[in-house]
Design a protein around this ligand. Structure first.
Ligand code: BGC
Length: 255
């Protein structure tokens, strides 16, 4: 790839409860310009351990310069990690933006993983050009969510932690629960119907976008979700976190 094209490429990293994935992203198309790297999230996923993994990923792509975008599966306010139940507790309260910028020796922007997915879907995916309230949910280890109103992100809109009938939504309806309890698509879709109906009642959204790794199999369960609101699969599937992080690193200046 020539130098001019490389200036439109940023490295995005999606740090999740089960895997750490990174790739250089063409910002105008959302395509990966090199193969994605995936490393299982270590059990002791402390900031130091994870920063070393990020550094190794970046070393594999010396041609990709500029700020790096990183998703974190937790609340992020001005770079500082808040509640993040699916990663090592030592992340809590850490200024991840500053820590990673120092550890990697280049500017790093951190963002909630679902917010990154929302940003990617509204810029290049299923929510592009959509007005009103769009709720992007990611079904994975937990349930992530992003709210976009007329295309603008409202950060840290945590809908995976809603309590529905004494149950925390993500501990009852996430993909990890489907796998652990070996739910059929029908059984899982019944839980998702309860979940999305609850969101309908609270927020009257115009569109739901469903992302996360399982969105690759959306035809198995999305048609079984019985709600009134339009519900569509994410276009960027499980690439959305990486793409959104890369987009954000190009949009934001630290300060
Ligand atoms: C976290 C969210 C995150 C979601 C998906 C939840 O447990 O609280 O911040 O977006 O998992 O990873």
């Amino acid at each position: 790839m020539d130098d001019e094209r490389m200036s439109d490429v940023r490295f995005g990293i999606d740090f999740g409860g089960t895997g750490i994935k990174g790739a250089p992203v063409d910002l105008s198309t959302g395509e990966f310009v090199a193969k994605r790297t995936r490393i299982p999230t270590p059990k002791e996923s402390t900031p130091q351990v994870v920063a070393e993994i990020f550094a190794r990923m970046l070393d594999e792509h010396p041609q990709v310069e500029g700020p790096v975008g990183v998703t974190i599966p937790g609340i992020i306010r001005r770079g500082v990690v808040g509640l993040a139940p699916n990663i090592h507790p030592s992340w809590q309260g850490v200024d991840a933006g500053t820590l990673l910028t120092e550890a990697l020796g280049r500017e790093v922007h951190v963002v909630n993983d679902a917010d990154a997915a929302g940003l990617a879907e509204v810029t290049l995916g299923a929510a592009r050009g959509r007005t009103g309230l769009v709720l992007v949910t990611t079904l994975g280890t937990g349930i992530g969510s992003a709210a976009l109103f007329d295309g603008r992100l409202v950060p840290n809109f945590e809908l995976g932690h809603l309590e529905i009938g004494n149950r925390v939504a993500e501990r009852w309806a996430a993909t990890s629960v489907r796998e652990r309890e070996e739910l059929s698509w029908e059984e899982w879709a019944a839980r998702l119907t309860t979940y999305y109906r609850h969101l309908e009642r609270l927020f009257s959204p115009d569109l739901f976008v469903v992302g996360g790794g399982v969105s690759k199999s959306s035809e198995e369960f999305l048609p079984l979700i019985d709600i009134a609101t339009e519900i569509v699969p994410a276009h960027l599937k499980n690439k959305a976190g990486i793409v959104g992080a890369a987009l954000l690193s190009a949009k934001t200046a630290r300060g």
